[in-house]
Design a protein around this ligand. Structure first.
Ligand SMILES: C[S@@+](CC[C@H](N)C(=O)[O-])C[C@H]1O[C@@H](n2cnc3c(N)ncnc32)[C@H](O)[C@@H]1O
Length: 241
């Protein structure tokens, strides 16, 4: 139907058995040094490099797929915040997306290297015409899975960061209920303590089940977690314009 409107687990290492220590170099801020140290000691970063994945995030969606069987052959997928492309890289072979018959479209305001079977839009998802552009890219068809790993750059100001994250999640959820086919799935990154009751209530109204899941590849200390809403019930008139 067309749209009318618009892993395996890897053991973690504690901070005490880090292999590589990075000295704070002149001009490098402590935050950057800690980030570099974390990257150099992160088994998922090493595994992504060894296995040719574009991001360590690829292992998060792989694990969610292993646990919840998200992707099936022939499904259409929208990947919000696609860069650098790890999630779509995992999804494309499973849904059978090819350049001749692309089933996946991704959006990011950052550049993304071409990816087999994936249409990439360089655009801000906040742009008014972004939803339409995504649906047009898939030939106007309804979508089976909307993925959102979008995260706004943090400012360090807790309340502001929380608000910006929630705005993105709400925008993604609103998009999902407009474009999903009945039975469809919405997967979004959220932050613990940040899933507003209103949003969860809206998702519960529209989907048969909602689950919070934190994949092992999601850093232990981070508040990041994922929300899976499955079994889309179909469009409800008041949620459409
Ligand atoms: C954690 S990364 C996604 C990683 C990706 N899932 C992967 O596996 O490679 C989050 C992405 O969301 C993008 N993003 C954040 N806000 C966005 C927006 N308003 N529109 C489009 N992309 C956005 C960022 O540019 C960033 O590339």
């Amino acid at each position: 139907m067309k749209v009318k409107g618009t892993g395996q687990g890897i053991g973690r290492r504690s901070g005490t058995d880090l292999k590589v220590r990075v000295k704070t170099a002149k001009g490098r801020k402590i935050g950057s040094t800690l980030w570099l140290q974390r990257q150099l000691n992160d088994p998922y970063v090493a595994r992504a490099r060894a296995e040719g994945y574009r991001s360590r995030a690829a292992f998060k969606i792989m694990e969610l797929d292993e646990r919840y069987h998200l992707f099936k052959k022939g499904q259409r997928v929208v990947d919000l915040g696609i860069a650098p492309g790890g999630w779509s890289q995992v999804a494309a072979p499973i849904v059978g997306s090819t350049n001749a018959n692309p089933l996946i479209v991704g959006i990011d305001y950052l550049d993304v290297d071409p990816l087999d079977g994936v249409i990439i839009l360089k655009k801000d998802f906040n742009d008014e015409d972004a939803p339409q552009a995504l649906i047009q890219a898939l030939g106007g068809h309804q979508v089976d899975i909307v993925l959102s790993d979008m995260a706004a750059p943090t400012t360090g100001h807790r309340a502001t960061d929380h608000m910006r994250i929630m705005q993105l999640v709400e925008l993604a959820a609103d998009f999902a209920v407009r474009v999903l086919a009945p039975g469809g799935t919405f997967v979004t990154k959220v932050f613990q303590g940040g899933t507003e009751h209103e949003l969860l209530a809206m998702l519960k109204r529209h989907f048969a089940t909602t689950i919070h899941a934190k994949p092992k590849a999601s850093r232990v200390g981070s508040a990041e977690t994922y929300l899976l809403a499955r079994g889309f019930k179909g469009n409800v008139p008041e949620d459409r314009e």
